[in-house]
Unconditional design. Structure first.
Length: 201
């Protein structure tokens, strides 16, 4: 009997942490989908308000985020550009380097703090949204679904995608998402597309 209990205890100690981790991953992926929907619906309302966003966002200014905040419940807006008149970026999210999905990879990845033109907002659900413009219509959207909480890892609680704010179209990019890959899929920076297509990884 004691041997059987010991075996059960060993098996439980090995499986329960894995089950908890899988549950947390599922929760974070669901948070990404919810936050992604909030942002897209807010952008759609912005389009409906102006009829056409063409010509409104011609330079690297925080106008888009501030206008979006009229349709999305942000509790804080931030940027490291003093002339933007927002709180410092670190007020929205502490400065850190996000780990790769494959932890064997050393992440020389781009961070919001590497570019002063990033703007950020904290949503009412705790998610932190980083926005950087490619040009006057294309935006890079980063979503940290749980703010400063761990694991701070691409494909786990940090997700990104690219969008055309004029059409609300999502640009598909990357070569999938693979936690064992030592190449681009292992970085985890395109895992959002796998989630949006309901592909597990």
């Amino acid at each position: 009997m004691l041997v059987a209990l010991a075996v059960i205890g060993v098996v439980a100690s090995m499986t329960i942490p894995a089950l908890i981790k899988a549950y947390e991953d599922k929760i974070n992926k669901t948070k990404f989908l919810v936050t992604h929907k909030i942002l897209r619906e807010g952008n759609q309302r912005l389009i409906a308000e102006h009829g056409n966003l063409s010509g409104l966002y011609q330079n690297y200014r925080p106008d888009y985020l501030q206008d979006l905040a009229n349709h999305v419940n942000f509790v804080k807006l931030c940027s490291d550009r003093v002339d933007y008149g927002l709180e410092e970026l670190s007020s929205c999210q502490k400065r850190q380097t996000y780990k790769a999905l494959n932890l064997d990879l050393t992440p020389p990845f781009f961070n919001p703090w590497d570019d002063p033109d990033f703007t950020a907002g904290v949503l009412y659900n705790g998610a932190v949204i980083f926005i950087m413009k490619w040009n006057h219509r294309s935006q890079t959207i980063w979503i940290d679904v749980n703010g400063n909480k761990s694991p701070n890892q691409w494909g786990k609680d940090m997700f990104t995608y690219w969008t055309d704010i004029f059409t609300n179209e999502i640009f598909k990019s990357g070569n999938g998402c693979d936690r064992l890959s030592t190449g681009e899929p292992g970085k985890g920076q395109t895992c959002s597309f796998s989630i949006l297509q309901n592909i597990d990884y």
